[in-house]
Design a protein around this ligand. Structure first.
Ligand code: C2E
Ligand code: CA
Ligand code: CA
Length: 458
């Protein structure tokens, strides 16, 4: 036999925790120590952590009693891998396995992740449910990465986790992964701290920046998009592209969205005091779309700040709608009933189907910057033109984001794209700066726009 299945751990208990129980670790450690002692001295050992995932969480697909069979089945599949050396395999949780092998031959060891992935490429049938299983494998090496068994397990798990995050099937441990994980932990603890402060607190280092949206017909500003910025005490400015996905993964996003909405509403009410009545769009995440209390909270905030609902817009991405189209459609409908505009962000990047536009009561779509930036390619231009024309027929507005140069702006103007946004026209800025540069921006943007068309349409 090539792999020995050591005592399986936690097999009776399904949990989505990633950690191993202390008791389990003790058993595992002594088995691994025995394997190391039985192996020729000086041989390095390789620790593979195999993280298994199903397209839908397993505990929502199978009853708890059947999950045990699923785990057993996966273990059997792993045991069937043919190896030239003896190793140990442990079932750590329902969705994780540890494989420890002497790495006599690096070339052979490096093929193991490929063998494992191919074993899991077929569909599994457990209790008449057909499941597609994906594996993310991480590896650490004794003594290169650490001399401690516990640490090697952690590093292999960390690498598997990172492989899953980056949608790769395999990742070997490197110290950079630890740095990333430390940074994530710092960001998460910082975010939790911010979110436990009272919602009205001004001390939170979250600030909203505002990027103008322009009418191509008149050259004037028709509204703003609110984009959040976080100035972390120790790490400095953190881009939303880094902390929003973390907040989404840890579900802190629902609280963060509340902070963002409150801050934005406060700024809208400041605009109103200056008699500036331009709508501001707030980005919300997939989890927010599924959150039935968000609608009530938005309603309460509009009331508290005395803001008419037409001054608030919501941007949701195509991919977040597709996570649960039915619930999303319902939430969007409720937003619209409240009087809010709702736009589909990043349109044209996901599995966009123009057909579904008619089933979502959205007010506008936002052409993704990747489409806008490629408008010079004939095929992209044709797609953009088709989207603009179809949206016009459906009575849905279109805004092109990511307009970075005058050529792109002119192309969009030629295709009758009604609204535009991008660095060429105005970068995201704190509200006071965005307002103070409005006149100057208007003059500049009017200068860019094709004057003959501007005059004709006025
Ligand atoms: P997004 O909603 O697609 O926002 C547009 C992003 O493109 C912004 O980046 C904006 O600064 C940037 N941008 C604007 N004009 C141009 C341009 O001409 N060229 C290029 N290349 N980029 C341009 P930012 O502010 O870094 O935000 C990144 C993403 O983070 C946003 O993408 C959105 O998905 C998310 N995000 C930002 N603020 C929030 C927020 O308050 N809540 C939520 N849930 N997500 C947010
Ligand atoms: Ca957006
Ligand atoms: Ca976008």
């Amino acid at each position: 036999m090539s792999i020995q299945s050591a005592e399986t751990i936690n097999i009776d208990k399904y949990s989505d925790r990633e950690s191993l129980s202390l008791d389990a670790c003790r058993h595992m450690n002594s088995d691994i120590e025995a394997l190391i002692s039985a192996t020729r001295e000086g041989t390095s050992m390789i620790f593979f952590y195999i993280k298994v995932s199903t397209s839908t969480p397993i505990n929502t697909l199978l009853p708890i009693s059947h999950i045990k069979d699923f785990t057993k089945h996966l273990l059997e599949v792993l045991e069937s891998i043919s190896l030239t050396q003896t190793g140990l395999i442990f079932s750590c949780e329902a969705d994780g396995f540890l494989l420890v092998l002497p790495a006599h031959d690096r070339a052979v060891a490096s093929k193991i992740p490929i063998q494992i992935a191919s074993k899991f490429s077929a569909q599994f049938t457990i209790h008449n449910r057909s499941l597609t299983v994906k594996t993310s494998i991480g590896a650490s090496i004794l003594p290169k990465d650490s001399s401690s068994i516990e640490e090697l397990i952690r590093l292999a798990m960390l690498s598997a986790h990172s492989a899953k995050e980056s949608q790769r099937s395999f990742k070997a441990y490197s110290p950079a992964l630890d740095e990333i994980s430390k940074r994530h932990n710092l960001l998460l603890s910082g975010m939790s701290t911010i979110l436990t402060q009272p919602l009205s607190s001004e001390g939170q280092n979250i600030q909203m920046h505002f990027q103008p949206k322009y009418s191509v017909r008149t050259g004037s500003i028709v509204g703003f998009e609110a984009l959040c910025r976080w100035n972390h005490d120790a790490l400095g400015n953190i881009a939303p592209g880094e902390f929003i996905p973390l907040a989404e993964k840890t579900k802190l996003i629902t609280q963060l969205t509340r902070v963002i909405l409150r801050k934005t509403m406060l700024e809208i009410s400041e605009n109103s005091k200056l008699n500036i009545k331009l709508p501001v769009a707030v980005n919300i995440s997939a989890l927010d779309l599924m959150d039935p209390t968000l609608l009530l909270d938005i309603r309460a905030l509009l009331y508290e700040f005395d803001i008419p609902s037409n001054l608030l817009e919501i941007e949701v991405t195509e991919t977040s709608i597709m996570k649960n189209a039915k619930v999303a459609a319902h939430q969007i409908e409720n937003f619209r009933k409240l009087g809010l505009s709702v736009g589909i962000d990043d349109f044209g990047t996901g599995n966009s189907s123009l057909a579904y536009l008619s089933s979502f009561p959205v007010s506008h779509i936002k052409l993704d910057h990747l489409l806008t930036g490629n408008i010079n390619h004939k095929r992209t231009e044709i797609i953009i033109e088709a989207i603009i024309n179809l949206a016009a027929k459906l009575g849905i507005g279109v805004i092109a984001e990511g307009v970075e140069n005058v050529d792109t702006l002119h192309k969009l103007q030629d295709l009758s794209c009604p609204l535009v946004q991008g660095y060429l026209l105005g970068k995201p800025k704190p509200r006071s700066l965005a307002l103070s540069s409005m006149l100057e921006d208007f003059t500049r943007v009017a200068g860019y726009l094709n004057q003959s068309k501007l005059l004709r349409s006025q």
